[in-house]
Design a protein around this ligand. Structure first.
Ligand code: F6R
Length: 365
């Protein structure tokens, strides 16, 4: 059942090229430059005319929601807020029928997310669900929805569900942009880049041995910092969550520029700092952030672009990965962080598929 892998988590990490492909199959049409999402067709006008979109989720799904915010604002130019479902539901949220609430959930059973949906519906907002489990409570209670086709996720730490959610959010952002903010030509370019991703994810998975070697060096750390900017900021949060939940090492994710507003005080020779530093518009800025950590003797790990060998001299370890257009990068940069967390946890003797104190679906409030 684990198909030759030692753990479900590793199997599911390796299933990501397929999960991404399945989540876009038949939906993203590369030749037409169009996206077809059957589950939202009836509501597409109301979705495109939304005054505001509020994304509600918990945990890893909340992180994919943050990526969704950046995607929808970038492409569709509709204002988006991302809320922890638990906070949203208890706060008398201000909602009207011009608002759209998007609930994201792998299991479709998370109690707080379900309660947020009920609150939103009661106030007249249109509610769209992005779920992995077909027929789940959230899938049933939403007005419309898009399934992620990640396949069953057994490992408690979410991996392929995250990449499938982000894939669906790319498609949703494009669907909201069609005939409005993006031309068919622009959409075509994005879809064609999206189609390259399964192959690129596979190339990153092929670095597994290299990441295992790196994990051996850092497995005894007590703390970790993850830093990224823009589209990679939510990935920094997700990298930190993966590490803490399965290896029990304390980890924090931050937008890289926030480091100097506090976390920099933590940096010494015992602090590994993982930077996501692909070549993009903020590259020079993140290089300065790396220098700041180096000058305080922090241990620098970098996820960098393929071919960027200048960065090698600034870091103790560099994992070079292929590039994609910036809004699609989270689908690539998260992969090495999942593998790093996995190997560190296994090396520490932790039960990666069933971490202590955690359940696969959180049906209590
Ligand atoms: C992290 C993890 C949790 C879930 C969260 C939401 O790896 O698995 O943080 O993401 O409990 O679960 P769903 O997506 O089922 O609503």
């Amino acid at each position: 059942e684990k198909a030759g892998f030692d753990h479900f988590m590793l199997k599911e990490i390796f299933e990501q090229p397929e999960a991404i492909e399945n989540s876009m199959r038949g939906r993203a049409l590369p030749n037409e430059g169009q996206v077809r999402l059957g589950g939202i067709r009836e509501h597409i006008d109301r979705l495109r005319n939304a005054k505001r979109i509020i994304i509600c989720a918990c945990g890893t799904s909340w992180h994919s929601g943050l990526v969704g915010e950046y995607l929808i604002e970038e492409y569709a130019r509709i204002p988006v807020e991302v809320e922890y479902a638990s906070e949203f539901r208890y706060r008398h949220p201000i909602l009207s029928k011009d608002d759209v609430v998007i609930a994201i959930s792998q299991s479709g059973e998370t109690a707080d997310t379900l309660a947020a949906i009920r609150e939103a519906k009661a106030k007249g907002a249109l509610v769209l669900g992005i779920c992995n489990v077909v027929g789940s409570s959230i899938a049933r209670e939403t007005d419309c929805g898009i399934y992620t086709h990640a396949g069953p996720e057994i490992g408690v730490a979410s991996t392929k569900a995250f990449t499938a959610q982000v894939t669906v959010l790319v498609l949703l952002a494009l669907a909201l942009s069609q005939k409005r903010t993006l031309s068919d030509e622009q959409t075509k370019d994005i879809i064609q880049d999206l189609y390259q991703l399964p192959k690129k994810v596979q190339e990153i998975l092929n670095l597994n041995e290299e990441i295992f070697e790196m994990a051996k060096v850092f497995k005894d750390a007590r703390n970790f910092l993850y830093l990224g900017r823009g589209f990679n900021f939510p990935v920094a949060l997700e990298g930190a969550l993966k590490l803490k939940e399965i290896s029990y090492i304390h980890a924090e994710g931050y937008p890289a520029a926030e480091m100097k507003h506090g976390p920099i005080a933590l940096i010494d020779e015992n602090m590994p700092v993982v930077f996501i530093a692909n070549k993009d518009s903020s590259y020079q800025k993140i290089i300065s952030n790396i220098e700041e950590v180096r000058s305080r003797k922090g241990r620098v790990i970098v996820i960098a672009s393929e071919g960027d060998n200048d960065i090698d001299k600034l870091a103790e370890f560099v994992i070079h990965i292929p590039d994609a257009m910036m809004p699609l990068m989270p689908l690539l940069t998260v992969i090495p962080l999942q593998l790093l967390a996995y190997h560190i946890a296994v090396l520490r003797g932790c039960d990666v598929d069933q971490p202590r104190n955690l359940a696969k679906s959180v049906t209590v409030e």
